[in-house]
Design a protein around this ligand. Structure first.
Ligand code: DGT
Ligand code: CA
Ligand code: CA
Ligand code: ZN
Length: 579
């Protein structure tokens, strides 16, 4: 995502929250919220647009455009500052609690004088919230849950935000004279779902030019530690980056060491010790003589330990060393294996871009096929009708004829109702090329009901993909409490694929669940769930997550040729086992 768009999105969203808290016009708050989303998903960099061009962004009118211009010119917006000043800092802290919301935060402040998370926890314990209008035991439970989620997430950030920053920094450091190699390591290279801090490595004879450059980057807020080998900075967004400069001939050893995980490194060091060797970030050495054996590449280091090169996404001490020693590492699915996206939206429902733009962007990615799956009518907000979706289908068929080389599939994302049934009657569902079905409501049913619900959806002959199966939102909402072993078993039995939703807020299923589901013989679909053109590239995070779940190309249905995929989508069970 373009940095300026992201900043403006955050600013407009904050303004919407501020309006809501200060009891302002709800309609106006909603308008700013919509504009925030539209800017975030807009294809062009807003910092290159003038006021008139800004008004071409959906939901951006004159006064919003003016605020954006003011922000881009001066770095602040006076209207936002005024609202900020009207609200105590403590209340702003309260708003950040997932599931609390601006209105309730303001009530807590006005009625009970609460202005910090700690005070809120005390008040809940003393049961003081229950007397407030609109609050009850259930609200307390939700708030506590939100606080726990926030504390658990700690200061970890989402994968895409870390990746954008790391790639930009790597590009900048690579331009400095004397840079032999540069890349990121740590949890980011392993594609963990959230990132604690970013670790960047540079191979160069002299470290000073790199360490000095870090202090003057436009997004450096603070230099936390400055040394010859390592400098740590904090960015304006509060992200920590550790940059280490290594001698060029120990690049491989440094990369192996700082990629981690710590648990994986402990295993590799144990193997070294067994071979009477010593492994460190400087290389692999003979233990007794201290003589260096190798250090230049990861491949050589692993080879000298009797291992094949282990892909970073597997380095979590989940059996990769044992599998490597037996030469049985999986051949992991790659982003280049992905032939199409099977879950995407347009502005017919809550997407931001028209069908034509989404399709053109998909074709540009070189996909062989692409499914459009807008929301079905039970998500009442979206006002879907049979007429609308059929009109869309007409347009999809026309575009399909025009786009040589990429086949378009017309699908829908169904809502799995509280009882496990889905929108639209069977004879209409049959007319879609593809039905994804997802849970979008009633997250708090009993474990038994939620399990039954998902199993029933799998058993529906028209449902071939279960979308974002746990419905979690990272740092915001926990996944639903279902017996997923029963769901995985049902998927394998009925031929329904499980989605690996690639949106960095979701990454659902997660790596552990993928590993478990795979043991049942389930197939997977890695999908972007794109609501804007700029979301299509999220695919890489889905593929990273699939790799962390040890998936091969054959496990992922959207790497398959279209004919095989179509048989799977018809739930023709003969395809799941082979061809
Ligand atoms: P994060 O930042 O919490 O998302 O996770 P990592 O894995 O990036 O952890 P970080 O930044 O603390 O360290 C980067 C890598 O450096 C880590 O994956 C392995 C290596 N490393 C750091 N400290 C140690 C250590 O004390 N022992 C070993 N064996 N490796 C370490
Ligand atoms: Ca790290
Ligand atoms: Ca670190
Ligand atoms: Zn969706």
């Amino acid at each position: 995502m373009v940095r300026a768009n992201e900043e403006v999105q955050a600013l407009l969203q904050e303004y919407a929250d501020l309006i809501a808290i200060t009891g302002g016009d709800a309609f106006k708050a909603r308008a700013y919220e919509k504009a925030a989303r539209a800017v975030g998903g807009y294809h062009a960099d807003v910092s290159t647009l003038d006021a008139k061009q800004l008004r071409d962004i959906p939901n951006v009118g004159r006064s919003i455009a003016e605020k954006i211009v003011e922000y881009l010119a001066s770095g602040h917006v006076s209207a936002v500052e005024e609202r900020r000043e009207a609200i105590p800092a403590g209340v702003r802290e309260l708003i950040t609690i997932p599931m609390l919301g601006p209105k309730k935060a303001m009530v807590l402040h006005e009625e009970l004088g609460i202005s910090s998370v700690d005070q809120l926890l005390d008040a809940i314990q003393q049961e003081r919230l229950r007397d407030l209008k609109g609050f009850g035991e259930k609200t307390e439970e939700n708030i506590l849950h939100g606080i726990r989620l926030m504390q658990k997430a700690g200061d970890r950030i989402l994968l895409d935000a870390a990746m954008d920053t790391a790639e930009q920094l790597v590009a900048e450091l690579s331009r400095i004279t004397g840079c032999a190699r540069c890349g990121y390591a740590g949890s980011l290279r392993r594609m963990r779902e959230t990132i604690g801090d970013i670790d960047v490595l540079v191979a160069a004879e002299r470290s000073a030019p790199f360490m000095e450059a870090l202090g003057s980057l436009p997004y450096t807020a603070e230099v936390i530690a400055h040394g010859e080998k390592k400098t740590s900075i904090r960015t304006t967004k509060g992200l920590q980056i550790d940059v280490r400069v290594l001698p060029p001939d120990s690049w491989g050893a440094g990369l192996q060491y700082f990629t981690g995980s710590k648990a994986h490194n402990i295993r590799t060091r144990e193997i070294a010790v067994r071979h009477k060797l010593k492994l460190s970030e400087y290389g692999l050495f003979h233990a007794r003589s201290g003589k260096k054996i190798t250090s230049e590449t990861e491949e050589e280091i692993y080879a000298r330990l009797g291992l094949p090169w282990i892909p970073p996404t597997l380095r979590e001490d989940r059996g990769e060393i044992a599998a490597g020693l037996r030469d049985e590492l999986p051949e992991l699915v790659q982003e280049s294996d992905i032939r199409g996206d099977l879950h995407t939206h347009t502005d017919l429902t809550d997407g931001l871009a028209p069908l034509e733009e989404m399709v053109a962007a998909a074709a540009e990615r070189g996909y062989a096929y692409y499914a459009v799956t807008d929301h079905a009518p039970d998500l009442a907000m979206q006002r879907m009708t049979k007429e609308k979706i059929l009109a869309q289908r007409e347009r999809v068929r026309e575009l399909d004829r025009a786009h040589h080389g990429m086949r378009l599939l017309h699908g829908t994302e169904l809502n799995i109702g509280p009882d496990g049934t889905v929108d639209w009657p069977d004879d209409f569902l049959e007319t879609f090329d593809l039905c994804v079905a997802s849970v979008h409501s009633h997250f708090n049913q009993s474990r038994q009901a939620l399990t039954r619900r998902l199993v029933r959806a799998c058993e529906n002959p028209h449902v071939s993909v279960i979308g974002h199966p746990t419905t979690r939102l990272l740092g915001k909402r926990p996944g639903i409490d279902a017996d997923f072993d029963a769901v995985f078993e049902a998927c394998a039995r009925t031929g329904a694929a499980l989605e690996i939703n690639a949106h960095p807020n979701r990454l659902d299923l997660c790596d552990d669940d993928i590993l478990r589901a795979k043991r049942y013989g389930v197939k997977f679909a890695v999908n972007s769930d794109a609501h804007a053109v700029t979301h299509l590239p999220y695919m890489r995070y889905g593929v990273g997550t699939a790799q962390r779940g040890w998936l091969t190309r054959d496990d992922v249905i959207n790497t398959w040729p279209l004919a095989r995929l179509r048989r799977f989508l018809r739930k023709d069970l003969t395809v799941s086992s082979g061809h």
